[in-house]
Design a protein around this ligand. Structure first.
Ligand SMILES: CC(=O)SCCNC(=O)CCNC(=O)[C@H](O)C(C)(C)COP(=O)(O)OP(=O)(O)OC[C@H]1O[C@@H](n2cnc3c(N)ncnc32)[C@H](O)[C@@H]1OP(=O)(O)O
Ligand SMILES: O=C([O-])CC(=O)C(=O)O
Length: 370
């Protein structure tokens, strides 16, 4: 095998960025110079939008400007709903989302303009409209209509309201805000790499994000959060969950929500934050306590048996479940939160572009004649 070949591109440096970096040794997710977990305890998702798109934390007036822009871009073209309603109701919300994000390009009046200003506008439009498509995919699949955002609710509160149809409590908004922040950006995962690869051909932001949705759907990446909740629901009890994990390990199956290419054998700092959110919920809610006890038991087995630690999806899954988010929307919500990081990467790639075009280690036959 060639020295230059690393299966899965493990530890290969594929681009320069000033957006984010996983400093595993110091257990820090660096987000434009800030520690993401520290930020997530102090600011809100709107601030993270400013930080990632405009490269610095917004002041009060700038924060209001972002909120205003998200509201003014909030009108999803009605034809998008018509397109999604054409899909069979069995279509997974991630596939509806992929179709919706792709179709949005047709409604962009300046699609040919790749300037930073036009892409900032585009990012805000996607940030405003993707949460609506996410929520609508659930309602449409169940024969209903999209629930429009409420004028008087904040951007974050609306994200949850449009899914559940119920105005969230202030605690629910706080936890949902945390979910959005921990999922906002994470250096160069498969989906972000896919978006940068697509962008490097000078294709547009919708195409890049459509590719990212497809990447994120896979259970080895974003799809793991749904798989975690399905295991918890199937197992029902601590004993059942311990049994399920041991059985899967005996069959050499992977346990979703554990392991990570970069953190390897360390706990993902975002998982710790979601664990703390679940602990807080568990203080007053017996159902949250049940999921917490099950997750902690699973975490212990995986550490003892495999030396593996939870990634974000493991503890985010029960937190999202407790917020009333249907399981098939977990990965779409992950994507909605990640739109901001992906948009920042698309803009950064364009600012200093060179087309991605790696080589292969050819191990097929030679010299055959037809
Ligand atoms: C937000 C996110 O997207 S985080 C990722 C979410 N994905 C998951 O939770 C899926 C489960 N985890 C995995 O499949 C992997 O850990 C990945 C995809 C995240 C990382 O994959 P890689 O870096 O390629 O690690 P790889 O799959 O080679 O695993 C290394 C070793 O650990 C084992 N391992 C890794 N993850 C797990 C797991 N979740 N359960 C059981 N064993 C595991 C592998 O079997 C392998 O063992 P071996 O060396 O004895 O063959
Ligand atoms: O970094 C990764 O490979 C996957 C991940 O945790 C994320 O995208 O949040």
């Amino acid at each position: 095998m060639s020295e230059a070949y690393r299966p899965g591109l493990e530890n290969v440096i594929a681009c320069e960025t000033e957006i984010s970096f996983l400093d595993v040794d110091h257990e820090e997710i660096v987000l434009r110079g800030y520690d993401l977990i520290d930020l997530a305890k102090k600011v809100s998702y709107i601030d993270i939008i400013g930080l990632l798109i405009d490269k610095r934390l917004p002041n009060d007036e700038e924060r209001r400007e972002i909120e205003r822009a998200l509201k003014s871009h909030g009108q999803v073209p009605l034809n998008i709903w018509a397109i999604l309603k054409q899909l069979p109701p069995t279509t997974h919300p991630m596939d509806m989302l992929r179709t919706g994000v792709s179709a949005l390009s047709g409604f962009d009046p300046n699609l040919d303009d790749p300037s930073p200003a036009a892409n900032r506008e585009r990012a805000l439009r996607l940030l405003a409209q993707v949460p609506q498509i996410v929520a609508a995919s659930h309602h449409i699949a169940h024969g209903g209509d999209p629930i429009p955002p409420k004028e008087e609710l904040s951007f974050v509160a609306n994200g949850l309201y449009m899914i559940t149809g119920r105005e969230p409590s202030s605690d629910e908004v706080k936890y949902f805000d945390q979910v959005l922040m921990v999922y906002c950006e994470h250096e160069l995962p498969n989906s972000t790499f896919a978006a940068r690869v697509i962008t490097s051909t000078l294709s547009d932001m919708y195409g890049a994000l459509t590719g990212a949705v497809a990447s994120l759907k896979g259970p080895l990446h974003g799809g793991a959060n749904e798989a975690v909740m399905e295991m918890l629901l199937e197992a029902e009890t601590v004993e059942g969950f311990e049994r399920l994990i041991r059985e899967k390990l005996a069959h050499k199956e992977k346990i979703m929500g554990f392991g990570h290419r970069v953190y390897m054998r360390k706990m993902d700092p975002r998982a710790q934050m979601m664990k703390e959110a679940l602990q807080q919920m568990a203080g007053s809610n017996p159902e949250a306590k049940k999921w917490l006890d099950m997750c902690v038991a699973g975490e212990t087995i995986m550490r003892e048996e495999k030396g593996l630690y939870p990634n974000l999806d493991y503890y985010a899954a029960p937190v999202m479940y407790m917020l009333g988010i249907p399981v098939p929307l977990f990965t779409p919500v992950f994507f909605a939160a990640r739109v901001v990081g992906l948009s920042a990467h698309v803009m950064e790639q364009l600012a200093n572009n060179r087309i991605f075009r790696p080589r292969v280690l050819y191990n097929g036959p030679r010299g055959l004649k037809a």
